[in-house]
Design a protein around this ligand. Structure first.
Ligand code: GAR
Length: 207
């Protein structure tokens, strides 16, 4: 039996990606264990889901600001092999990025490097895609660095943009794709199937 990857999840929204990944773990399709959910929103779907499923939560909201050291200590307590951002909109401290280089991944609801960066979340992303008359959008999973929605792209999945799309319709279709893409990439990470070609990560098929 190969080693079980210890996973820390950061999520502050509905938590649908977090839930999909957790369900794949429960179904033994992903060789991982989610030790903790870190959130900056105590009233969100992600925290509700974690509470219902006995996953420990740490809330880092305005009332509960912590130093970079404490942040690091919380993470170290879980010896994470993989850190997953799933709707977490704050920057991760630079010291954490350095320590967990190539172990922190994020999902974004557009085809990066376009339509990412500070303020690019939720409907803002899809409105910008529609305003610039794109014919495709999609979702991207990438390694996390010091900048918003930046870092090497691991995998992407496209969706078509229709002429009569609204931000809501496009968001719904992109989210469906996220729910396939993110578990697939997390599974690959937990099976050590990410290889590097120079500076570019690539997923290799399972044996
Ligand atoms: C997802 O669409 C994710 O791509 C996005 O937040 C949403 C979280 O949804 N992340 C970003 O925009 C990062 N810049 P969820 O809480 O239902 O998983």
């Amino acid at each position: 039996m190969s080693k079980i990857f210890q996973i820390v999840v950061f999520a502050s929204g509905n938590g649908s990606n977090f839930k999909k990944i957790h369900q794949e773990i429960l179904a033994s399709n992903i060789n991982g264990n989610i030790g903790i959910l870190i959130s900056n929103n105590k009233q969100c779907g992600a925290v509700d889901y974690a509470t219902e499923h006995g996953i420990k939560c740490v809330i880092l909201d305005k009332k509960n600001e912590i130093s970079e050291n404490t942040f690091m200590q919380i993470l170290e307590g879980y010896l994470p092999d993989l850190i997953i951002l799933a709707g977490y909109l704050k920057l991760i401290p630079a010291s954490v990025i350095r320590k967990y280089k190539h172990k922190i991944i994020n999902i974004h609801p557009a085809l990066l490097p376009s339509f990412g960066g500070k303020g690019m979340y939720g409907s803002n992303v899809h409105k910008a895609v529609l305003a610039s008359k794109q014919i495709t959008s999609g979702a991207t999973v990438h390694f996390v660095d010091e900048k918003y929605d930046h870092g090497q792209i691991i995998d992407q999945q496209e969706v078509q943009v229709f002429p009569d799309d609204t931000a809501e319709l496009l968001a719904r279709r992109v989210l469906e794709v996220e729910h396939l893409l993110y578990p697939r990439v997390v599974k690959a990470c937990c099976e050590d199937r990410i290889i590097w070609e120079g500076d570019a990560p690539r997923i290799i098929p399972s044996k």
